[in-house]
Design a protein. Structure first.
Lengths: 123, 123
DNA sequence: GTCGTTGCAAAGCCTTTGCAGGGAA
DNA sequence: TTCCCTGCAAAGGCTTTGCAACGAC
């Protein structure tokens, strides 16, 4: 990732415009609004690089699979709407101090996924 | 799922002997100890049926992908050991009452994944 | 004997990779 | 001009599906 190309700028634009984890397909289609010829392989390659560089975070949705989001945000978790199948970021962390695990387990991190209906779909 | 075959018995044995979510490959290899000729496609087909019947639960590990576990257990969450890459079930739920979500979100369920080192690997 | 099940192979996704041409510096 | 990056197509995993043979009942 040493050269600035229109493809990479397109990908960054996508994440600038949508503050929400997205899958490869959505990223690809949105990015093509900027660079019509954008290829899937290029997207995969760049997403990988951006994750390694620490610009993006890879998360795993139980239904949608791999999603990508910008790093640098406050600790948060994810909400999957079963109606529109979009994932949203929820501020804060509902994990109580009783997240205590059984003796012998050493916890280093956690990921929480909530399921339900989002405001747009329940309103 | 109307006929009892040796293949299905083998699959049930696997879940009887290991109280831990497992991936297709591990399930297949373990089940082959009972039925050597067991085919991958058969495993996929039967796991699917068992999930539909409510015997098994399908969960999604961020690293390992799809895993299967027996249903009917108390509410619990999962712990992924980064050393041995096995997943364990942790009793109870550390999600506090402040799992309150922003206005407009309707929560119907949740899934928690903890990451770290398990007793066998940290001891 | 029926017809649900299995094994095998082919096909379908999603993701990665090899390669030659194209473009940033 | 250099050589990083892209597009294209082929190849790799994982999972599903079509089909003929098998076997539970």
């Amino acid at each position: 990732m040493k050269r600035r190309t229109s493809q990479r700028t397109a990908l960054e634009n996508v994440f600038d415009n949508e503050d929400r984890p997205m899958g490869v397909n959505e990223i690809l289609e949105t990015a093509r609004e900027f660079v019509g010829s954008l290829n899937q392989a290029t997207v995969y390659r760049n997403l990988k690089v951006m994750v390694e560089k620490g610009i993006l975070l890879q998360i795993s949705d139980p239904v949608l699979g791999t999603l990508y989001e910008r790093t640098g945000k406050a600790h948060h978790h994810h909400f999957h709407c079963r109606v529109c199948d979009r994932v949203f970021e929820l501020p804060g962390c509902g994990l109580g101090k009783n997240k205590a695990v059984p003796k012998g387990y050493v916890t280093e991190g956690h990921e929480i996924f909530l399921f339900g209906v989002c405001p747009s779909c329940s309103g």
